[in-house]
Design a protein around this ligand. Structure first.
Ligand code: C5P
Length: 351
């Protein structure tokens, strides 16, 4: 995640600062951090290159083993401190020309349900802060695509307001709030190059890759709600077993052992990204395909044109393939744009 101070020279802040300012254990450095009046944050999307659904928990969530990578497709958020106690959000599509922006506001995402507003409200409740903020969210990451856009925006909000409101919350406190907001928000607090995530997805173990990842992402014109896809997974799990509890016990024993560890070590060792070395797994792909035909079309087009591994991200509907080089991914994206509805992106992972 890149954070920029608007009211003085542009800089990328250090990891400590990104995670909410200097921890209280460093009093000497605390005093030297000036509090900005406004901030811009460019916050990335993710791809799930491995997603195993283990079982359904009593709270309705599902236990996962997943491997996520950050990719260079960003939403941008501008935070401006204001004199009142309000949290105001305006959300726009990046592709709209400035003069037409009023017409392209996304009303659905301007409301209090938006994760950005929920993150700001949670911060205020936890710290009893009475400060206000005006937030402009410029969307580039497609919604309902399984690319984590909403979660990434929420993480950016926690990080930015911690600085802008001078709250000085340490990283573990921000992580607690992130887990309350959504299953993927913790990943985006650090936006590591890659991470193995467990639990609901909120337990993040970052790791490094030997080289940057190149991918082409196809986002169909229609999306899927995460809850619907998990419900469909559960429905088929029930249908395939008369005894769900028994089945849950079996999958729990098996979950992540050894397939996810093998997958992670393959990623860490292999310099190439051929389909033979990195078979993408996503247990939500079958339910997503049953719910939305666009997923089939996107996967089909990618399989026809790509030599690399192909899969779906998160709960869909975005599908992707991995490429060896940036040139290869740009060429493939151009070809896919000729045949695909929706959006096609050539992206690079973080270094
Ligand atoms: O955590 P998040 O808000 O992203 O989840 C959205 C919905 O997806 C949840 O309400 C839940 O129905 C489903 N979900 C799940 N298991 C997970 C993550 C999400 O069942 N591990």
């Amino acid at each position: 995640m890149v954070v920029r101070h608007q009211d003085r020279s542009v800089r990328c802040v250090s990891r400590d600062a990104r995670l909410g300012g200097i921890p209280p254990t460093s009093p000497g450095r605390k005093a030297s951090l000036p509090v900005p009046a406004s901030l811009v944050v460019h916050t990335p999307a993710k791809l799930n290159v491995y997603l195993e659904v283990c079982d359904r928990r009593p709270d309705g969530f599902h236990t996962l083993e997943t491997v996520m990578v950050s990719i260079g497709l960003y939403d941008s958020l501008l935070f401006r401190r204001i004199g009142t106690e309000d949290v105001r959000l305006t959300c726009r599509h990046a592709r709209a020309p400035a003069e037409a922006q009023a017409a392209t506001d996304i009303p659905l995402f301007n409301g209090t349900d938006n994760l950005v507003v929920r993150a700001a409200t949670l911060l205020r409740q936890r710290t009893a802060s009475r400060q206000g903020v005006e937030i402009t969210l410029v969307k580039r990451i497609p919604i309902q695509a399984g690319l984590g856009g909403g979660s990434s925006d929420a993480a950016a909000t926690l990080i930015a307001l911690n600085q802008l409101w001078n709250l000085r919350l340490p990283s573990p406190v921000l992580h607690e709030m992130a887990a309350e907001l959504g299953s993927d928000v913790n990943f985006f607090l650090d936006s590591p190059m890659a991470a193995r995530c467990r639990g609901r997805g909120e337990q993040v173990q970052p790791f490094r890759l030997p080289r940057r990842l190149h991918a082409v992402v196809v986002c169909p014109p229609s999306g899927l709600a995460t809850a619907d896809v998990f419900r469909e997974w559960s429905r088929s799990a029930v249908a395939s077993s008369a005894d769900l509890v028994h089945q849950g016990a079996i999958t729990q024993q098996r979950c992540g052992q050894p397939s996810v560890s093998q997958f992670v070590s393959t990623m860490q060792q292999q310099r190439g990204m051929g389909s033979d070395v990195l078979p993408i797994r996503n247990d939500l792909e079958a339910p997503a395909r049953r719910l939305n035909r666009d997923v089939d079309a996107a996967l089909g087009a990618l399989r026809r044109l790509s030599h690399g591994p192909v899969g779906m991200s998160g709960s869909g509907t975005a599908c992707f393939t991995l490429c060896q080089t940036a040139t290869q991914s740009r060429r493939l994206a151009s070809r896919l744009r000729l045949s695909q509805g929706g959006q096609v992106f050539a992206v690079t992972g973080r270094a």
